[in-house]
Design a protein around this ligand. Sequence first.
Ligand code: PEP
Length: 252
Amino acid sequence: MSLRPYIVGNWKMNGLRSTMADARAIDRAAARYPAVDVGLAPPFTLVHAMAEAAQDSAVGGQDCHAKPNGAFTGDVSAPMLLDAGAGFVIVGHSERRAIHAEDDAAVRAKAEAALVAGLSVIVCVGETEAERDAGKAEAIVAGQLHGSVPQGEGAADRLSVAYEPVWAIGTGRVPSVDDVGAMHRSIRADLVKLYGAAGKGVRILYGGSVNAGNASELLAADEVGGALVGGASLTAENFAPIIHAAAMLVEG
Ligand code: PEP
């Protein structure tokens, strides 16, 4: 792993004030592994509380609106996330793409809004099972990448990409390490096409059923710079070993 590892938890629509103890325990785990960047993306309602409590981890949103403010009932903007203490935001998660019908252009607009606001951004891409079975996985992911990542001067500097095969999310199924490496190499090549040398510094996270048992081998795959973790990020008991696995790869 040549770049500093980045391990990010996505709590999705989980978490109440009563579960802040888990967030604090994850933050303490992050403190034990200074070679690893750790982030936690709770629901909007916990962003501020977590940001106040976190000392050794970053706090992020799971989505943001492309506009800074306005008549968009129920939405939250990137400047609002920043104001609440967030340092990053995830955009284009497959659940947003599928359930909220977000297309690549919408994801790009959100990513660019995040950067303008001063946040870092994680752009998610990934193929469905039918697309993989049809031999189209790399083409689909390349299309999403070219359509979704932010454009403009310095856009690569605060960007990470999460490769999350849709069929691996929350299912307990993971691609082979070889397939993960092949996809990450393909994403890296596209990032260099898009951003030139700056594309080499973008961390590419793997996401989809990462857990304490499989983290070491997935994180060791080619061009994997970290992990985006759903279910296993909800407790320190499950998440800390993933942070530990990343630390072991860089510290030996
Ligand atoms: C996710 O939704 O980003 C994710 C990777 O979920 P899980 O780890 O639960 O598969």
